[in-house]
Design a binder for this molecule. Structure first.
Ligand code: ADP
Ligand code: NI
Length: 226
């Protein structure tokens, strides 16, 4: 009986923290580029929960990590990679979250991004693997295509240029500049993601989305070369 009451109140506290975090993130991302807005965060949250159902992991860490993973993405902050982890840390310290959970979430935010994985990821945990898979799944498939073209538009990049070949081995600095055609971005990142999934559940979801992108590209070239 006592344990039941204790667990229930812990759940209440956690539900409260999640609600506060949602409000904070929604407000922070109010003017974000559409591919990295609050809807992206909600999709990553849902995908993370779905993957965690099969793979396990600490749900509080997974939910908070998913909600805060793009709180201040370096590419929208003059390349500064310290802002996101710092904003998350400041926010979490005001919530009833234990120090070890806060440290774990900060590490997740520091290590989740694709560009950082290009120079070797310095930290890993099941929770990071799950959120990273969810984030990468939102970069592929129909939604991934929409996000890529939106970001390409935001950067004023060309849609396609048959004379520009994709650069398949970009280092982190070149990747960060993002000066590429959006069709090349498929080869430079999006089509690689299926084989970079951490979890088997993530890999399973990725297969279908990957196939759709291949089909999309085929149709794109068919129309281009009419
Ligand atoms: P991460 O968030 O893991 O660091 P990125 O920020 O590189 O990954 O990319 C997030 C999403 O932004 C991509 O999946 C894609 O939709 C879009 N994006 C990033 N760079 C480009 C680009 N050069 N052209 C088109 N879309 C891009
Ligand atoms: Ni993201």
């Amino acid at each position: 009986m006592f344990t039941f009451v204790k667990n229930k109140s812990m759940n209440d506290v956690n539900a409260n923290i999640i609600e506060n975090t949602k409000k904070f993130v929604k407000q922070k991302l109010e003017k974000a580029e559409a591919g990295h807005d609050y809807w992206h965060i909600l999709r990553v949250l849902k995908l993370s929960e779905k993957i965690a159902q099969k793979e396990g992991g600490n749900l509080l860490v997974i939910r908070l990590g998913a909600l805060l993973h793009d709180i201040a993405d370096a590419k929208f902050h003059q390349g500064d990679e310290t802002i996101g982890p710092r904003v998350a840390l400041n926010f979490l310290q005001k919530q009833k979250v234990s120090e070890n959970i806060i440290n774990h979430i900060v590490k997740i935010i520091e290590n989740i991004s694709y560009k950082n994985s290009l120079e070797g990821q310095k930290f890993s945990s099941l929770e990071l693997q799950i959120i990273q898979d969810a984030d990468r799944l939102d970069a592929i498939g129909a939604i991934g295509i929409a996000r890529a073209f939106n970001y390409g538009g935001y950067k004023n990049n060309p849609i396609y240029d048959p004379d520009l070949k994709p650069n398949l081995n970009m280092d982190k600095e070149t990747y960060k500049k993002g000066n590429t055609t959006t069709i090349n971005h498929f080869y430079e990142k999006l089509l690689k993601l299926k084989d970079l999934m951490n979890t088997s559940t993530g890999k399973q979801i990725a297969e279908d989305r990957h196939r759709f992108m291949m089909q999309y590209l085929e149709q794109f070239y068919k129309e281009w070369n009419i």
